[in-house]
Design a protein around this ligand. Structure first.
Ligand code: NAD
Length: 370
């Protein structure tokens, strides 16, 4: 899906100006997020005609998506570059950044710790995605979400099942509840049951025999036996469900398959599955990243880059995250965190001509070996 977000919105410009920076924006960069050049100019931004002219002047560059090699070559040596850099998938570009002495930070690598919350773009974007997944499903479902009692009869509420109750899943539950659906959710971390219930949803009980939560708060990868039991319980409920929102992931791994093709075959025609984990391989076996699939009347939507469908708010949240990170790393009082700081360590990809992220180095090594 084409990117519509912009990395800097006019409302956060004063923070940078007050710190003594000059702010430049490429002409038209914010148009698709409804931030027109005039709004930037009013906020005190200098509009620069095109990307090449911008990169020729900038000391720090804020981006949403990773640069390609052509853009990386455009950056001046010594520039700072911040964005959702997907550094492992773009390890070759990270190598160019290193060669060009560019200091780069990947926002998706910021740890989910309290003091980094304001910079945590993955959380902001998952919040937007969880909301939009439900809105998308409501739009595609041939049924209404709320209970309606009319003179022509009673319309039953839609039944929504949310699988994976992290950031996106919680927001999906809250959104589906606001629209009046009857919501059930499941997550194998025991602590989640209470959160689900506090949102007014039911927790799908299952006997899985273990809590998979690690001390980091993330779920660990589950065994095949565990997943088969989970699939069996989910399968019992699917024939009754109108919408499934898939938002289950295990950090750094392929997304767990929770709905097989056979299970989709048992769903009602007209039902909708929105798979947020599409880019990690999908929670539904039939998900094909970038595509919508029809299987016996059930629509499976591989939801890639949903924040781009909500560009105004997604850009504002993202811009706040990126500016918070920048001001943390380069504060006005010069009291910058040291190189051993947890946030710096996690987000750093390139510095002093080197790739400092071990996983990116390994990806390059693998590519070279292959
Ligand atoms: P998160 O890590 O906060 O939550 C994932 C949840 O899945 C965790 O609570 C975990 O316990 C749970 N889980 C793990 N194994 C499970 C299993 N077997 N069954 C049920 N739940 C299980 O992640 P998030 O930020 O909420 O993101 C969720 C998914 O949405 C990810 O795949 C992420 O990449 C994706 N996402 C997609 C978009 C988009 O536009 N498509 C945007 C943001 C996030």
């Amino acid at each position: 899906m084409g990117e519509t977000r912009v990395a800097l919105t006019p409302n956060v410009v004063p923070l940078l100006l007050n710190d003594g920076h000059e702010v430049l924006v490429e002409a038209g960069a914010g148009v698709r997020a409804h931030c027109v050049d005039a709004r930037y100019a009013e906020a005190g931004v200098r509009i620069v005609g095109d990307a090449a002219a911008l990169y020729a002047q900038a000391d720090a560059i804020f981006r949403v998506q990773p640069p390609d090699s052509r853009v990386a070559e455009m950056m001046r040596e010594g520039t700072i570059c911040m964005g959702l850099l997907a550094p492992i998938a773009h390890a070759d570009v990270m190598e160019i950044l290193a060669q060009r002495q560019i200091t780069s930070y990947a926002l998706e690598l910021i740890p989910r710790i309290s003091r980094a919350q304001g910079m945590d773009a993955l959380t902001s974007m998952a919040t937007v995605a969880g909301y939009k997944a439900v809105v998308l499903a409501a739009d595609r479902l041939g049924k209404m979400f709320p209970l309606m009692m009319t003179a022509a009869g009673t319309v039953a509420p839609a039944k929504v099942l949310v699988l994976g109750v992290g950031v996106a899943g919680l927001q999906a539950i809250a959104t589906a509840k606001r629209l009046g659906a009857r919501v059930t959710a499941f997550d194998p971390r025991a602590a989640v049951r209470e959160q689900v219930q506090s949102l007014g949803a039911s927790f799908l009980e299952m006997e899985l025999g273990e809590d998979v939560e690690m001390s980091s708060g993330y779920a660990r990868e589950q065994s095949d036996v565990f997943l088969r039991r989970e699939q069996a319980t989910i399968g019992e409920h699917l024939p009754e469900v109108d919408v499934v929102i898939c938002a289950a992931q295990v950090f750094g791994k392929r997304a767990p398959v929770l709905i097989t093709a056979e299970m989709v075959g048992q769903m009602r025609p007209g039902a909708v599955v929105v798979d947020l984990a599409a880019e990690q391989g999908g929670n539904c076996e039939l998900t094909r990243s970038g595509y919508e699939t029809d299987h016996g009347g059930v629509t499976i939507i591989a939801a890639d880059n949903l924040p781009s469908l909500v560009p105004t708010d997604a850009s504002q949240l993202y811009a706040r995250n990126v500016v918070n990170l920048f001001r943390y790393l380069y504060p006005r009082d010069g009291n910058a965190p040291g190189s051993t700081d947890e946030i710096v360590q996690a987000a750093w990809v390139t510095r002093d001509g080197e790739i400092v992220n071990a996983a990116v180095r390994a990806a390059l090594q693998q590519g070279a070996t292959a």
